[in-house]
Design a protein around this ligand. Structure first.
Ligand code: NAD
Length: 288
């Protein structure tokens, strides 16, 4: 673990027994805001952030609010975490629309777009960030149910949400997909998860080419290890304690260290960038 200054800290023994994990049960609490003022870079923009109640998504939602955006937070059922994120955004004068919805179901993604338009107007920024991961030590242990659930949640949802958003996206809109360092480095105990993350990279490249003439940009962020509820809810206590120590920086990131990539990709500052992947991963070299 690391504190705000990036100094490694010991992690108390902990494990959560189901996904999605809960940020309010984590020790120490992930850092999602550095208190620095925003620059108005997303003024008048409407953003949808899936998995926005906690972890990386929470930090992104708070930074987007700080930069002036209206934010829709989509999450599965972690209501307390979602309320906490809304409270943090209120500090920046923003009230998010909270939507508890299963993004692995196509009709729900249509509803997310419909409700967003009714509440805030058409979206300008889509952050496809919701995901699950289940550790298995052999491909033989990955059940058909797990495989389908992981693919539906992590990548099918990204197709669904974009498909229903597209008729409403104006030139200048941006789509940002959360991938992972595992897409490039693999992970022997997250074979299905890593495969969905590889698919997200191919999806990002292809979609960017298909939408470039419409003036819509599509990029990905591929984080390395980040201290979020995904970790104690998917790994055992020993792995949680060791988490992130194998990076060149020998620590995991805090969500606040990942969120600036999303602000950059969502804002005008990145207007010449599409089809690319940013790698906030503590120094791991990847081929991309
Ligand atoms: P997290 O547990 O805070 O976020 C996962 C989110 O996915 C939760 O908000 C949850 O509500 C949402 N979710 C799960 N299933 C859903 C469903 N069916 N419908 C709607 N929402 C659903 O953990 P996080 O680490 O912040 O994860 C965010 C993204 O970052 C994920 O795509 C994850 O793969 C990626 N990532 C995380 C790490 C890491 O080390 N934490 C590293 C690389 C990539």
């Amino acid at each position: 673990m690391s504190n705000r200054e990036g100094i490694a800290e010991e992690v108390p023994v902990q494990q959560q027994d189901q996904q999605p994990g809960k940020e309010n049960e984590m020790q120490p609490k992930p850092i999602y805001d550095d208190g620095k003022p925003g620059l108005g870079r997303l003024k008048k923009k409407v953003a949808i952030v899936t998995g926005g109640d906690s972890g990386i998504g929470r930090a992104v939602a708070v930074q987007f609010a700080k930069e002036g955006a209206e934010v829709v937070i989509v999450y599965l059922d972690e209501h307390e975490d979602a309320q906490e994120t809304a409270k943090a955004m209120a500090d920046y004068g923003k009230k998010p629309l909270l939507m508890s919805m299963d993004v692995s179901v196509e009709d729900n993604c249509a509803a997310i777009i419909r409700k967003t338009i009714r509440h805030f107007g058409a979206p300008d920024i889509i952050v496809n960030n919701a995901a699950v991961q289940y550790e298995q030590h052999s491909v033989e242990d990955i059940s058909a149910e797990q495989l389908e659930h992981t693919f539906r949640t992590n990548i099918f949802s990204q197709f669904y949400l974009v498909k229903f958003a597209l008729p409403h996206l104006k030139p200048g809109s941006t789509i940002i997909n959360t991938a992972s360092v595992t897409a490039f480095k693999g992970n022997p105990v997250l074979i299905d998860y890593s495969s969905t993350k590889g698919a997200i990279i191919g999806y990002t490249c292809s979609l960017s080419q298909s939408l470039v003439k419409k003036g819509i940009r599509v990029n990905a962020v591929a984080p390395g290890p980040v201290w979020t509820p995904l970790i104690p809810s998917s790994f055992d206590e020993k792995k949680v304690a060791e988490f992130g120590k194998n990076t060149p920086m020998e620590r995991p990131a805090q969500p606040v260290e990942i969120a600036p990539c999303y602000v950059f990709l969502a804002s005008e500052e990145s207007r010449f960038i599409t089809g690319q992947t940013l790698h906030p991963n503590g120094g791991t070299i990847v081929n991309s």
